[in-house]
Design a protein around this ligand. Structure first.
Ligand code: NAD
Length: 333
């Protein structure tokens, strides 16, 4: 599989490295409008071609897959042109800048029997794979809530707010783990420095009383990457900054019943059992993800992080932006 990569800024080199090091693929051409990127690329990969004209990648007959690693507002045009030229597309998160754009790309890819993979990198981490396994086998019982905190100081983006920058990670993980269709979104946030929201809180309502919350913030003095998932049977804490025990499962919970001799009296019992930290696979997520994309193309299967998965995240992002403008009106999905 011959890969062309568009965008060699901060994230592009990771995509180049991972596609280039797979056994069954090689990166043949990298495009970036910034000519300074050529030196950085050639120093590591002298054999990979470089161009400042992305159209060379998009139209080259020697390229099977185009990876779009540019800012979100460029994803649609680049991915559309790649699909029109018969290329499979690996596109960065967030998939597109609007639901309408995402729907158009999915329709185009389906019509041309091409694959789209959206880089929801976290789905391929050992921690998220383990969480998904635990939730699917009902280790936590029925879910009550999903609560994610992703805060640090910067990096300020000028073209998107903190929601479009940081929340796609948590929303894609939430979408994968909860696997139910969300019903409504409420979001609040504020702008302090450069005209886009730098602090934001998103609440997502699901059926069966499941509620999710994502707190994203570029103005935090400390970096925190912690997610709590509460279930009827057990509760889980995922601290992605921990080296050894990223996941901890707590056998804690609450049950309530009424006192048989006094039906107005509630009997509350708290359960506080063991805590354990399951083994989490230590893999480079992007390496597993790029290998999986090549396999999906080869075997003609649909990736778990396909265009539809990307679109589900964009739908929440778009609703969150709308809700923020009214200081928290609930937007039905
Ligand atoms: N999956 C992840 O964990 C992860 C991490 C970081 C960034 N990203 C995503 O990667 C994308 C790029 O982010 P970044 O931080 O690398 O941005 P960046 O600004 O550092 O790099 C983007 C590069 O794209 C180039 N570019 C822009 N438009 C172009 C065009 N039309 N043709 C050719 N080159 C063009 C720019 O010159 C720049 O070098 C974003 O969508 C971002 O959300 C994903």
């Amino acid at each position: 599989m011959r890969i062309g990569v568009i965008g060699y800024g901060y994230w592009g080199p990771n995509i180049v490295r991972n596609f280039h090091s797979q056994e069954n693929s090689e990166v043949v051409l990298v495009a970036d409008r910034n000519p300074k990127c050529e030196g950085r690329l050639k120093k590591v990969y002298p054999s990979i071609g470089f161009t400042t004209d992305e159209n060379e990648v998009l139209t080259s007959p020697n390229i099977d897959v185009v990876a779009v690693v540019t800012p979100v507002w460029t994803h649609f045009e680049l991915a559309k042109k790649a699909l029109e030229n018969g290329k499979h597309v690996f596109v960065e998160k967030p998939f597109t800048y609007s639901v309408a754009q995402g729907e158009e790309l999915i329709e185009l890819a389906d019509r041309k029997s091409l694959k789209i993979m959206v880089d929801h990198t976290f789905l391929f981490t050992g921690a998220v794979k383990k969480i998904k396994e635990l939730v699917d086998r009902k280790e936590l019982g029925d879910l009550y809530y999903y609560d994610a905190l992703r805060v640090n100081l910067g990096l300020f983006q000028h073209d998107v707010n903190v929601i479009w920058d940081l929340a796609p990670h948590d929303l894609s993980i939430m979408d994968y783990v909860i696997a139910a269709k969300p019903e409504a979104v409420v979001a609040t946030g504020e702008r302090h420095l450069n005209g886009v929201e730098d602090v934001a809180f998103i609440t997502v309502y699901f059926p069966k009383h499941i509620i999710a919350h994502v707190n994203v913030n570029w103005l935090s003095p400390v970096k925190v990457r912690t997610t709590l998932i509460g279930g009827e049977k057990k509760m889980l804490v995922w601290n992605d900054l921990e080296v050894d025990e990223k996941l901890r499962i707590y056998d804690k919970g609450v049950s309530m019943s009424t006192n048989p001799s006094n039906l107005h009296q509630l009997l509350v019992s708290y359960r506080s059992g063991d805590m354990w930290a399951p083994q989490v696979e230590n893999i480079e997520a992007l390496r597993a993800e790029t290998a999986y994309f090549l396999k999906c193309i080869e075997e003609n299967t649909r990736p778990i992080n396909d265009g539809e998965a990307g679109l589900r995240v964009v739908r929440i992002l778009e609703a969150a932006d709308k809700s923020i403008r009214t200081r928290g009106e609930a937007i039905n999905l």
